[in-house]
Design a binder for this molecule. Structure first.
Ligand SMILES: [Cu+2]
Length: 376
């Protein structure tokens, strides 16, 4: 009887929780209301069966409980009941079809973009986002893993004419035009990632060696957080991006400020996320953001995957090999260039090597030094 009461309480509590719980998905900001509808269908069907089956069990436990110490009822032995089996088969089939069919239909729509969709490539790597738009020719250039270098993170084929005008966004912020269908092409450098913007109800795994795709139309202007939805390593939680949906003219103005592949591959002074700045501190901060250093190193002393930069400069730091060093320009520059050479004690040797130019290293070191005005 205790089991029957417990089951009844679980059913009641589940229903109650559903109606009063404070967690709801964020407001829909894309065309994919079908995603919500599919979830609702699944939820309603499984919810109805959950309630019916559990209450049936409660009834059976109560109805056929043992009465008194000398129970006389005998149990009927009925190994086969074709009629019941037929009914269960039919009901289960209908239930499974109702659960699966809407999802198949929506998925087919989800990977079939309209013809006028704007193509955008999203490139994931540990632990940052990059984006690429086709240039005036409307076509993305060919890529290959063998072309990937620090100065060509997208791995664009230097000999492909179509790629020369591709606009490259070497930062985590992506802008998209409002009410324009967008075809997202996803690639990953290293491990599985997953580009996910919850209000768009759209996401897809990014698989090294493959290009995966989906489409959506942003229907609300605003700023939406993008996150990686595959556990992709120790910096996973910091793998965040931003999608800014705005009117077409504002989007075009933003896109016009992004360098083409041809321009980016010319030996330029310094390519920074803010489009180039002569202020070394601003440049250092821009480098820190563009190279995703800030994903692991905080500037305010809060704990992160790597040592915080606040108070780091001038400090005597212990290293995993047992040595101690005072953090100065030379040590910082070495750590940036060869992160695996010496690792600060208490931290995992996981910092990826990102080849920065001399000017970028100098700017980054100046920025880190500036975070400690006392010792500066
Ligand atoms: Cu990731």
């Amino acid at each position: 009887m205790l089991i029957a009461i417990t089951l009844a309480v679980i059913v009641l509590a589940s229903l109650l929780f559903h109606y009063i719980n404070p967690w709801h998905p964020p407001a829909l900001a894309s065309n994919w209301k079908q995603m919500d509808d599919t979830l609702t269908i699944t939820f309603v069907i499984t919810g109805i069966f959950f309630v019916i089956l559990n209450l049936f069990l409660v009834y059976v436990i109560w109805r056929f409980r043992r009465r008194g110490s000398k129970a006389t009822e005998t149990v009927a032995y009925q190994p086969v009941n074709h009629k019941l089996e037929r009914w269960l088969t039919v009901i289960t089939t209908v239930g499974i079809v109702a659960l699966l069919a809407p999802g198949l239909k929506v998925y087919a729509d989800y990977v079939t973009p309209p013809k006028d969709a704007l193509e955008v490539e999203v490139l994931g790597s540990q632990w940052q986002w990059r984006y690429r738009f086709p240039g005036a020719d409307g076509q993305l250039g060919a890529t290959d893993a063998r072309f990937v270098t620090a100065s060509n993170p997208f791995g664009l084929d230097p000999d492909d004419a179509k790629g020369q005008d591709d606009a490259l966004v070497d930062a985590s912020e992506l802008h998209l035009p409002l009410n324009q269908p967008v075809k997202i092409l996803l690639r990953a450098h290293d491990v599985l990632h997953d580009f996910y913007v919850p209000p768009f109800r759209a996401r897809m795994n990014m698989v090294p060696g493959l290009v995966t795709t989906f489409w959506f139309t942003p229907t609300q202007a605003g700023r939406f957080e993008a996150m990686c939805a595959q556990l992709c390593g120790v910096g996973h939680a910091a793998m965040r991006g931003l999608v800014v949906v705005e009117e077409a003219p504002a989007f075009q103005a933003w896109l016009a400020g992004k360098p083409s592949f041809a321009a980016a591959s010319k030996p330029a002074p310094v390519a920074t996320a803010d489009g180039g700045s002569s202020d070394p501190l601003a440049m250092g901060l821009a480098v820190a953001k563009a190279k995703a250093c800030v994903a692991c190193h905080s500037a305010d002393g809060s704990a992160g995957v790597g040592p915080s930069w606040k108070g780091l400069y001038g400090k005597t730091e212990a290293f995993a090999d047992g040595s101690k060093e005072k953090i100065d320009d030379a040590v910082l520059a070495r750590e940036i260039r060869e992160p695996a050479a010496k690792v600060v004690q208490g931290f995992a040797p996981i910092m990826p090597k990102s080849e920065l130019s001399e000017a970028e290293v100098t700017a980054l070191v100046a920025y880190i030094r500036s975070l400690d005005p006392v010792k500066n």
